[in-house]
Design a protein around this ligand. Sequence first.
Ligand SMILES: [Zn+2]
Length: 141
Amino acid sequence: VQERDCAICRGINTAEHIFQDDNWLIRHSSETNILGYLILESRRHFLDLSFANESELQSYATLLARAISAVRTVIKPERVYTFTLSEAVPHYHVHIIPRTDAIPRNYRGRGILSYPLSPTADPSLRAETEDLIKRAFNRIS
Ligand SMILES: [Zn+2]
C-alpha cells in the first residue's frame, strides 16, 4: 500500500536503486555529499518495524548487514552509522552512513544529524559509487 502524499512512496518506483525486492529497496542518498550514504526503505508504507509483517522482518537483518558490508568494502569507513527517525517522512527508512576520516569531528556521533545538506555530491561521482556498492552488494549473499 502506497500513499500519494508520501515522498518515499512517490519516489519508490522512480528511484535508481542498489537492491529491490517485494519488501525492501536500497538506494544511494542524494541529500548530502557523503558518498556511500545509503537508505534502506520499506516498499510498503508503514512507520516503524512494529508494523512490518513476517516476510519483511525475515529479510530485514540480512539486507541491512549486506548493505553495511558493501558500504564498508567500497568506502572503507571507520564506522557505519545506522539509524531511523522518520520525522520528516513517516515512512520506514534506515539511514546507513559511512563515517570516514573526512567527516569533521563535530559531525561525528550524534553530530551527524546536523551534517549540512549542501553541497551535494557530484552526480557522476555518486553514480560511480552507487555502482561499486551495487556490485559489492551483489557479491555478498
Ligand atoms: Zn510512504
